[in-house]
Design a protein around this ligand. Structure first.
Ligand code: ADP
Length: 426
């Protein structure tokens, strides 16, 4: 009879202990999980890249899976970020300006070249509509027009010395990319080309008009003209034809030098022979109106094109004769300089005002147009000299005193020297 309640109590006692043990076990498990969850939450809140916490059991599986994904994502992020860096670097390296814009032409990103083209600051101006930053009316009209088939040529107000070719390229429905190219240099070349064509036409028109006039006079009544006048007209026409011929020859030389002519022949040039020929031509041109002397004190052999150097040196001598005072001394000198050698031509002519000197090597630039024409000048001589010297890594130096005369010095660098002079010749 007492056994049953006793056994029940004993049983209940064990059960209570069992339950207590179970409860304790459950609490332990729950607290372990809670701790792991708390670790997980803490890790999730930590900065990206924080290592995943260490765990055991099932959480080890969970964490290692999260760890694997997190590593994958990190790799992916790094790859994306590297790709983005490369795109940004490529955008910065572009020779053209690039501005990416969102709807309403709001600036998203611009490379440094675009910043300098438009005078904007990509970081400061990000988010601002481009037309608030670049207010040139033609540019604003271009952006508003919606017609971007043709590029726009503009001189930005903030950078008025630049000429830009800008083109808007729409993409991704609402986005646009503005590409700007600096064409200042091309525009200058185009202006030079136009000036050149105008100059050549002008130079040819005058003698051609004269020749045509004579021909018409002769055609109208050759029988009515005394033979003497006929001869006079023919002589004048021939002079003008010669002038045109000289001009065309100089133009051909200049264009051969300017337009991709091959580098000058690297032959060994005997300086004495070259300068002797230049002197003889000078004496013939002067026909006794000047005293011309030659002194050779520099290297005897140089490397270069003897034809080109002859044409350059002869041009300088011909100028000294044409602009030099009759009866004056023209001194030709070949000398060693600290950094190479130089051929100088000194005359006792009228001299040149300082303001003209930097422009003398421009094609068709003349101080006195009438004097140049009278003496058979084409206005291209010094341009040819400058090109020839440039092709030999040399340069032209001009010194002049008004009323006293000028010195034109053609300098050649040390790399052109082959053999130094041992003794001076005169
Ligand atoms: P041009 O055929 O007119 O002589 P150049 O190119 O040889 O053309 O020279 C350009 C200009 O430089 C000349 O028109 C002249 O005004 C000036 N010039 C050149 N050489 C001399 C010089 N020795 N003395 C004075 N003026 C000179």
């Amino acid at each position: 009879m007492w056994l049953l309640p006793g056994a029940l109590i004993a049983l209940l006692g064990d059960l209570a202990w069992g339950l207590a043990a179970m409860l304790a076990g459950a609490l332990y498990v729950i607290s372990t999980h809670l701790r792991q969850i708390s670790n997980l939450v803490e890790w999730a809140r930590a900065p990206i890249g924080t290592p995943v916490p260490i765990a055991s059991g099932v959480w080890d599986l969970v964490f290692s899976e999260i760890n694997r994904r997190s590593r994958l994502m990190k790799d992916q992020r790094e790859r994306l970020s590297a790709a983005l860096d490369r795109f940004v670097e490529a955008g910065q390296a572009m020779p053209d300006g690039v501005i990416y814009m969102g709807p309403g032409h709001v600036v998203d990103w611009a490379n440094q070249r675009a910043e300098s083209h438009f005078g904007i600051d990509a970081q400061r101006d990000a988010g601002a509509p481009l037309i608030n930053l670049v207010r040139d009316p033609a540019f604003v009209a271009y952006l508003d027009s919606g017609d971007f088939g043709e590029p726009l040529v503009m001189k930005p107000l903030r950078q008025h010395r630049l000429t830009l070719l800008v083109q808007l390229v729409p993409y991704a429905e609402t986005r646009t990319m503005l590409i700007s190219r600096d064409i200042t240099h091309l525009e200058r070349l185009e202006t030079m080309r136009r000036d050149f064509v105008a100059n050549v036409s002008h130079e040819l028109r005058t003698p051609l008009t004269v020749v045509l006039g004579f021909l018409e006079t002769l055609a109208d009544g050759v029988d009515d003209l005394p033979a003497e006048d006929q001869l006079h007209y023919v002589r004048l026409a021939r002079e003008q034809a010669e002038r045109m011929h000289r001009l065309i020859l100089d133009l051909l030389v200049l264009s051969a030098l300017e337009t991709g002519a091959p580098a000058p022949a690297e032959e060994e040039v005997d300086v004495a022979t070259l300068l002797d020929a230049v002197l003889r031509e000078g004496l013939a041109l002067s026909s006794g109106r000047h005293r011309i002397t030659l002194e050779i004190e520099g290297p005897l052999v140089i490397r270069g094109s003897s034809k080109e150097l002859h044409s350059a040196f002869a041009n300088l001598v011909s100028n000294a004769i044409r602009y030099g005072r009759a009866g004056g001394h023209i001194r030709l000198r070949w000398q060693a300089t600290g950094d190479g050698c130089a051929f100088s031509v000194q005359d006792q002519g009228e001299g040149i005002e300082a303001q003209h000197i930097p422009r003398l090597t421009e094609r068709f630039y003349r101080v006195d147009r009438g004097r140049s024409r009278e003496s058979g000048g084409t206005g291209l001589g010094l341009a040819i000299v400058k090109h020839v010297l440039g092709r030999h890594q040399g340069s032209l130096e001009i010194e002049s005193v008004l009323g006293e005369g000028s010195v034109f010095r053609a300098r050649l660098p040390a790399q052109r020297l082959v053999r130094q002079a041992t003794d001076a010749a005169a």
